[in-house]
Design a protein around this ligand. Structure first.
Ligand code: NAD
Length: 488
């Protein structure tokens, strides 16, 4: 069992759960109530080293396992997650406080999809090859053989724990790597359950390892000389620290970092469809999705209609017990994160924001008031010069800012140090394509948001990241080519 009867969440190294000791642990907190729901055994340096060493041993055989066998194992993992679906849902809801309906429809649902998608991608992948003509009568065949990196460190955040973890673990394993996973300290449970599942479906010992702990454990892992690369999802500040940690050994990194994403709404947009989309993009997962919209640029002619519609929809959100089917909106991940978001609420008002809705902490009664709840919030009156419009808040909040024409909208949306995602709302087909392409971001949506094809490239520019994952982009990151040139 991933969790012991005493509620310990354990590390998983070299095919076995490690017995926890009483000297290194912290409480696993349910953010909906503030109550401790278990204890997490924090890995020390020696355990991280054991995990990397086990990975190095395992990767020798796993990298030589035929692709079809690796893909079949990934598919069995997908099936097994579906068989244990409710356990994953309960673990994710306990750790994050997110609504059970969302955990079912998005988080846990995406895990088997990730495994199946990368099983398909790796099974269908070809190799680059060229017939070379030198001009002096010689000919040669060039072909690139792609090989796994080795042991990959996978460091992930708390907002979509299982979804983001499997998004990286599936392609890494599909390509023949071993992994050492460091889940967020806030959300250790589903990674631990995944260790059980992968062992059940026959993944060789040492190929998948989980080490728990706070940032220092991630740092120890990133610095480990046995690590061949780091794939990291988290804040831009931590990404920068990981980059420094791997710099002395010049290891490849893939970074999916923060965002300060814009939506651009033109006055010809379909009002209801746009309001539904914007409501999701601002408030989904209590605003704790890297792709969430925190800057809303709205053409003047439709500004009041959008503002009025969003206020109405914000009032309709149901904050409540995560396990109730009617709940649409959970708490923030922790008391510390709520402090951060509330500081931005204060700062925004200091910067001249008018609060259209929300702006504080809700009263949800004795059972929930110990949790990290916050009100869905909308502002007007801010500009791109304000810190609340420039910095990632990572909460259920957005600033509504008017614009007059297309070029102004593009300029405003691109006026940011980040570059993760954008959405454009318009019924003008040509303008939709044009503006979406002009966005300085990794992913641009037209008349939708967070609609994903797992084969398409995912990642960001600027402070939002480095490199792309998804489909063939993932195969590129998790492998390295050796080019062979044969004179014919
Ligand atoms: P975080 O950067 O605080 O932590 C992410 C992970 O890194 C955690 O596991 C943490 O323990 C670990 N870590 C912390 N310090 C470390 C260090 N010095 N070395 C190595 N690892 C370290 O981020 P968070 O608060 O968990 O997540 C929220 C952030 O993640 C937001 O900025 C959000 O935008 C971003 N995010 C980005 C994407 C994306 O795809 N671009 C997706 C989800 C979340």
């Amino acid at each position: 069992m991933a969790k012991t009867a005493q509620g310990w969440v354990r590390n998983f190294v070299d095919g076995a759960f490690i017995e926890p000791d009483d000297t290194r642990w912290y409480d696993n907190i349910d953010p909906a109530t503030g109550a401790a729901i278990g204890r997490v055994h924090e890995a020390d340096e020696a355990l991280v080293d054991r995990a990397v060493t086990a990975g190095r041993r395992a990767v020798a055989a796993w990298s030589q396992t035929p692709v079809a066998e690796r893909a079949a194992l990934l598919r069995r993992a997908a099936d097994r997650i579906e068989e244990r679906f409710d356990e994953f849902v309960a673990a994710e809801v306990g750790d994050t406080g997110k609504p059970i309906t969302q955990a079912r429809a998005l988080d846990v649902r995406r895990a088997p999809q990730n495994f199946r998608s990368f099983a398909d991608t790796v099974a269908a992948a070809g190799q680059e090859s060229f017939i070379t003509e030198t001009g002096d009568g010689r000919r040669a065949l060039n072909y690139a053989v792609r090989k796994p990196l080795g042991v990959v460190a996978v460091i992930v955040p708390w907002n979509l724990p299982l979804l983001l973890l499997t998004w990286k673990v599936a392609p890494a394993l599909a390509c023949g790597n071993a992994v050492v996973v460091k889940p967020s300290e806030e959300t250790p449970s589903t990674a631990t359950l995944l260790a059980e599942v992968l062992a059940e479906v026959g993944l060789p010992a040492g190929t998948f390892n989980v080490v728990h702990g706070r940032g220092e454990v991630g740092e120890t892992l990133s610095r480990h000389p046995g690590i061949a690369g780091v794939t990291f999802t988290g804040s831009s500040a931590t990404g920068s620290r990981v980059m420094s940690a791997v710099a002395p050994r010049v290891r490849p990194v893939s970074f999916e970092l923060g965002g300060k994403n814009a939506a651009v709404v033109f006055d010809d947009a379909d009002l209801d469809e746009t309001l539904d989309g914007l409501t999701r993009s601002v408030f989904a997962n209590t605003g704790q999705v890297c792709l969430c919209t925190e800057r809303l640029y709205i053409q003047r002619g439709i500004f009041d209609d959008i503002a009025t519609g969003l206020i109405k929809r914000a009032h309709e959100l149901e904050l409540g017990r995560p396990t109730d089917d009617a709940t649409t909106t959970g708490p923030l991940i922790s008391a510390a994160h709520r402090e951060k978001v509330l500081r931005y609420f204060e700062l925004a008002q200091h910067e001249g924001a008018e609060v259209l809705v929300g702006g504080g902490v809700p009263d949800l009664g004795a059972e929930l008031n110990g949790g990290s709840w916050i009100q869905p919030t909308l502002w007007t009156g801010l500009t791109n010069n304000d810190a609340a419009v420039r910095e990632e808040i990572f909460g259920p909040v957005a600033a509504l800012i008017p614009f007059d024409d297309e070029s102004e909208a593009i300029e405003l949306a691109n006026d940011t140090d980040y570059g993760l995602a954008a959405s454009v709302w318009t019924n003008d087909l040509r303008r939709g394509h044009r503006v979406a392409q002009a966005m300085h971001v990794g992913m641009s949506w037209v008349n939708t948001w967070f609609l994903r094809d797992l084969r398409s490239p995912f990642g960001g520019m600027g402070l939002s990241g480095l490199g792309r994952e998804g489909g063939a982009s993932s195969l590129h990151f998790y492998t390295e080519p050796t080019n062979v040139c044969v004179q014919l």
